[in-house]
Design a protein around this ligand. Structure first.
Ligand code: 4AD
Ligand code: MG
Length: 479
């Protein structure tokens, strides 16, 4: 049954050798004596051309098979690989034998036209990987995952699997999906029969007995693997996690997902500068990988999705990122406040319009902003001497804004404890995290790269729902 991948056949020198392949028919063209099929198996961007020549004789069975073939039909074929006399392809297969594996009736198969809208394809997410765009996105996604492992593994980082279900809130922002086996319907009925009219919320909440829940306490899907990664970094020195993370933030934008993948390296004995150097080298490694190892797919994105993409990314690989403190960035932005819906001022959270202005108008390249006010950043970031800012770093890129968020971590037990209490979080929820500061505490740093944001940047695609196979967002969990 197993046949050769089309990418491997296309890389051969055509010497009239026999080949056998399988795939899905993209197009059929019948012109007098010749029939051409373009067959794609997703192993690379290109389809292969199968040629049938009536002058050389086509058997009645084959004629019959060809009649039944429509766009989307799956086939297995045998033939001779030859140099193609036609335009548009270097080689073709003079086909001797073709079999239909599965038909795709033209009246019902959704992928008929060549240029379906991305909205239409989102509704057909189970079939969209068979199109040029989504096939290319899927291959780049796979390559970027491979590239990120390579980057860290080659530098002595260990890959750590942090949990998906947790009982802590890694960002302290409360945007979590609860995981429970409690019977919510039964609880609601109990509340009603207890006479819920005028019932105090505390009383209603007390009807929920978490000791009866699966984990014996409230649990949730992780928003980040960082805290657990820190426990391993303070044992193995350099580690990284890469896995799905979940946020129940109600952001219906082209940059947010409720389920997204994040790569989080965490390094003991690294300060903020070491952290920035790693993040910059990491992004460049990933871009360079796409540019050099995924050439065919990148050329498609360059021509069809974002003109000039290859040149832009090549320039990014070859130039240095800007590094600027939040305070200086705000000073720059204030000069242009006339252009913003939200005026910039010291203390404001940088809006997407500010991030884009910095990267697209002022610096025209990636920018690392550091030392944000503590009020707008998470509890675990190391406090600066000024007592007002923290050793945070966000990597911002043109066209997109934030792609990486990270920081040096607070390694002092007392300072971390007071940040946790200050923010109204419960120290007992973080007892093990605080322990790291009690026993052999070390300066350490890390960051998180949003994998789908990276993919938007690399491919030039504009909606984050198009760079993950099955997007999850508010009111969106079809398939
Ligand atoms: O800036 P964030 O929230 O940082 C953290 O989670 C830290 N624990 C990371 C660390 O230091 N180890 O998220 C990191 C990155 C963002 O820069 C962004 O690229 C991406 O994750 N991100 C999202 N991507 C898609 N949809 C969302 N809802 C996202 N929220 C964050
Ligand atoms: Mg962030």
């Amino acid at each position: 049954m197993k046949t050769e991948l089309i990418r491997n056949i296309l890389s051969l020198k055509a010497e009239n050798q026999p080949v056998e392949l399988s795939g899905w028919v993209r197009t059929k063209r019948d012109s007098k004596n010749l029939v051409f099929l373009q067959v794609n198996d997703g192993s690379c961007f290109s389809s292969i051309q199968l040629t049938f020549d009536r002058e050389k004789g086509i058997s009645p069975e084959t004629e019959d098979t060809l009649k039944k073939i429509t766009t989307g039909t799956s086939v297995v074929a045998k033939g001779i690989l030859t140099v193609s006399p036609g335009k548009g392809q270097a080689v073709e297969v003079l086909t001797e034998n073709i079999k239909i594996l599965g038909e795709a009736p033209a009246e019902t198969y959704p992928l008929q036209k060549k240029n379906h809208t991305f909205e239409f394809l989102r509704e057909n997410a189970h079939l969209r990987a068979r199109t040029n765009t989504f096939g290319a996105v899927a291959r780049i996604r796979s390559q970027m995952a491979y590239a990120l492992h390579t980057f860290f593994q080659e530098q002595g980082f260990q890959y750590v699997h942090t949990p998906i279900i947790t009982t802590s809130d890694a960002e302290g922002a409360g945007e979590m999906f609860q995981v429970t086996t409690l019977d919510l319907k039964a609880l609601a009925e109990k509340a009603v029969s207890a006479g819920n009219k005028g019932m105090q919320p505390e009383k209603a909440a007390s009807l929920i007995d978490y000791s009866k829940d699966f984990f014996g306490k409230p649990a949730n899907l992780t928003v980040s693997g960082q805290l657990e990664a820190e426990t391993y970094a303070t044992a193995l020195s350099r580690v990284y996690t890469f896995g799905p993370t979940f946020r129940a933030e109600n952001s219906n934008t082209t940059r947010h997902l409720a389920e997204f993948w994040m790569c989080e390296p965490e390094m003991a004995f690294y300060d903020l500068k070491d952290n920035m150097d790693t993040a910059e080298a990491f992004v460049k490694h990933l871009l360079n990988w796409a540019l050099t190892k995924c050439r065919e797919d990148m050329e498609f994105f360059d021509q069809r999705i974002q003109k000039g993409l290859i040149e832009t990314l090549t320039n990014v690989v070859n130039s240095e990122f800007i590094r600027i403190t939040y305070t200086d960035a705000v000073k720059e932005l204030e000069k242009h406040n006339g252009n913003f819906e939200f005026k910039a001022y010291w203390g404001c959270d940088l809006q997407s319009e500010h991030e884009r202005y910095l990267t697209e108008q002022i610096f025209k390249k990636p920018v690392i902003v550091t030392d944000y006010p503590k009020e707008i950043k998470a509890f675990y970031m190391k406090l600066n001497e000024d007592g007002k800012t923290v050793r945070a770093m966000d990597v911002l890129v043109p066209g997109l804004g934030e792609i990486i968020g990270g920081s040096q971590r607070e390694e002092s037990y007392d300072k971390l404890l007071s940040r946790i209490t200050e923010l109204g979080l419960k120290p007992e929820d973080y007892w093990w995290y605080l322990d790291l500061r009690k026993f052999g505490s070390v300066p350490h740093s890390g960051f998180g790269l949003g994998f789908e944001r990276l993919l938007l940047y690399v491919t030039g695609m504009s909606n984050i729902r198009d760079v993950i196979p099955y997007p999850r967002a508010p009111k969106l969990a079809d398939f």
